[in-house]
Design a protein around this ligand. Structure first.
Ligand code: PLP
Length: 373
């Protein structure tokens, strides 16, 4: 018999039935007061998740559309420092290089960011910095507040990919000094893929590039926001989904939601180290483990295909492997969005079953259960 997949990957995530049901309602037109109401709710709700009084622009497109909108719209700089300690940091470098000169600060994937290097790059005349807050590819949480602090000393623009932190972990754009930040719909917000949101403060407009790609030019979104509208036809069902997701976040309470995400990822880590596995990221005094996705080294004696393939086949649970050169070297368990203890325990038990059968781990679920109490 075929069962519904349980998606325990860092996006797209499991979508709650309340959200699926909201999306199944008859479509509404977008140039209507009904749509504007939804748009307003979504925008105001997202502002809280970003921790900003600034604008939030909603783009119909995946997270990468948000990254490109942010960088291309605010690329009036002679040089931008892009920090790469994982796949998405590398993507920031690649996007930025299409619009301006890039100072790429590259660290081995899984490594922490050396803040001295950021300082040096800005001292050398870079006028902006772009980085990933929660590097999904390696399971590391980069020090947003510290990076922004260094940037502020040089009055540099700060662009942050918060795609897997906003809505799941603490993000305080205004307090930290982040000028532009991005989130994607299919991660901690818990709705299907296809929406990106870019939060922007007033200062960012000093860096506005009027040659940004037409669809991604944030000025168009800014102009329409006054009427709670989008410049082009939006992905209406996804806005309806986001509206429901925001309502669910309000019901749960943002602080509770953040604590839940932290608890779930801590449970995964406690399980992993006690099972005899090794966490992938190499931390320094400023970085920490991600609170939304856990990257674990693939143990000796089992292949990626054996682990993830068996998990999918026997348990209908999907977890992620490594990306690019990390393929086969790590596996990643996402604990994002609207999931409960059931999903976390089932996933860990199933992974443990497959690993112990192969002699690659020892039972350790009690350590996870202790955290989840
Ligand atoms: C998923 C993700 C992206 C890319 O989002 P897409 O929706 O795949 O375009 C960018 N940054 C981070 C940190 C992500 O996790």
């Amino acid at each position: 018999m075929k069962f519904d997949e349980l998606l325990m990957i860092p996006g797209p995530v499991q979508v709650h039935s309340r959200i699926l049901n909201a999306m199944a309602k008859p479509l509404i037109g977008h140039r209507t007061p009904e749509f504007s109401d939804i748009m307003k709710n979504c925008t105001l709700g997202l502002k809280e998740l970003f921790g900003t009084d600034g604008d939030v622009y909603l783009i119909s497109g995946s997270g990468t559309a948000g990254m490109e909108a942010a960088i291309s719209s605010f690329s009036k700089v002679s040089r931008i420092t892009c920090i790469d300690n994982g796949k998405f940091g590398d993507r920031l470098c690649r996007i930025a290089s299409r619009y301006t000169e890039v100072d790429a600060l590259r660290f081995e994937w899984g490594e922490s960011i050396d803040l001295e290097k950021v300082k040096e790059s800005l001292e050398n005349g870079s006028e902006a910095v772009a980085f990933v807050h929660n590097e999904t590819s390696t399971g590391i949480l980069n020090p947003a507040r510290e990076i922004a602090k260094i940037a502020k000393k040089h009055s540099a623009l700060v662009i942050m990919d918060g795609i897997t932190s906003v809505g799941g972990d603490e993000v305080k754009m205004d307090e930290w000094g982040i000028d532009v930040a991005i989130v994607g719909s299919q991660k901690c917000l818990g709705i299907p893929p296809g929406l990106a949101a870019v939060a922007v403060n007033e200062r960012a407009w000093e860096f506005y590039n009027e040659k940004a790609p037409f669809y991604l030019d944030l000025m168009a979104y800014k102009k329409k926001l006054k009427d709670w509208q989008t410049p082009y036809t939006p992905a209406v069902p996804l806005f309806v989904a986001l509206n429901e997701a925001i309502e669910m976040i309000k019901e749960e309470g943002l602080e509770n939601r953040i604590q839940r995400h932290r608890k779930f990822s801590r449970a995964v880590r406690e399980w992993a180290v006690n099972a005899g596995l090794e966490l992938f990221p190499r931390l320094n005094e400023y970085s920490s483990y991600s609170n939304t996705v856990t990257a674990i080294k693939m143990p000796e004696g089992i292949t990626d295909k054996e682990l993830r393939g068996t998990l999918k086949q026997e348990y209908s649970i999907t977890i992620s492997g490594g990306q690019e050169h990390l393929k086969g070297k790590i596996f990643r368990i996402g604990t994002m969005g609207n999931i409960g203890k059931r999903e976390v325990v089932a996933t860990l038990m199933a992974v443990e079953d497959i690993l112990t059968r192969k002699g690659c781990a020892v039972p350790a679920i009690n350590h996870a259960l202790e955290v989840l109490k």
